[in-house]
Design a protein around this ligand. Structure first.
Ligand code: ADP
Length: 176
């Protein structure tokens, strides 16, 4: 599913965040120490190789809502933007912290003149954020940020399961 808003294409697709070769930057649902882990962080670090953690670790620890940028090492991208989402029920206020991940990731992409970026559904796995609620925050934040983007012209939102993709397509259509 692809939609163009003010010159920025937003695409929702099912896939693996570590295999988004057509995006210049990929976003990692990182842990505070910027090390490998489960879910998205595991997939990204496995594909990127140990050089990614070596570069990222000194930039941490991250606080919820923060983001940092590194090279992509063995991934087929130029950059990895590492965001620490809130742990649902623990890091508060969860909504603004999650929104901050998306806006700060876009800030870093703009700073490096990145034209295309792929996001996973931050915080909706191990961190327990309800998928639909998190999706609404992600989409509203991305839509709010679009008017100030100068370089980013393509935003891809990658869902791991087809069920999550279908749910997000419906939610996104409601926001337009
Ligand atoms: P968090 O710790 O921020 O909750 P997770 O990595 O546990 O992050 O999960 C975030 C979301 O990413 C979940 O919806 C999960 O299903 C999905 N996910 C897990 N692995 C991948 C992957 N390789 N590519 C894209 N999405 C993934």
């Amino acid at each position: 599913m692809k939609t163009e808003i003010s010159g920025v294409t937003i695409e929702l697709r099912q896939g693996d965040i570590a295999q988004q070769a057509d995006c210049e930057a990929v976003v990692n649902a990182a842990n505070a120490k910027l090390e490998t882990g489960g879910g998205v962080a595991g997939a990204i670090h496995r594909a990127a190789g140990p050089g990614l953690a070596d570069e990222a670790r000194p930039l941490g620890p991250l606080k919820p809502g923060e983001a940092v940028i590194t090279g992509a090492h063995l991934l087929p991208n130029n950059y990895v933007i590492h965001c620490l989402g809130p742990v649902y029920g623990k890091d508060k206020p969860a909504g603004p912290l999650l929104a901050s991940c998306y806006s700060r990731a876009l800030d870093l992409a703009e700073q490096e003149k990145v034209t295309s970026i792929a996001f996973p559904a931050i915080s909706t796995g191990i961190f327990g954020y309800p998928v639909e609620e998190a999706g609404m925050i992600a989409f509203t934040t991305i839509l709010e940020e679009i008017p100030r983007l100068k370089y980013v012209t393509r935003i891809v939102y990658v869902l791991y399961s087809t069920e999550d993709l279908e749910m997000h397509k419906h939610m996104f259509a409601q926001l337009l």
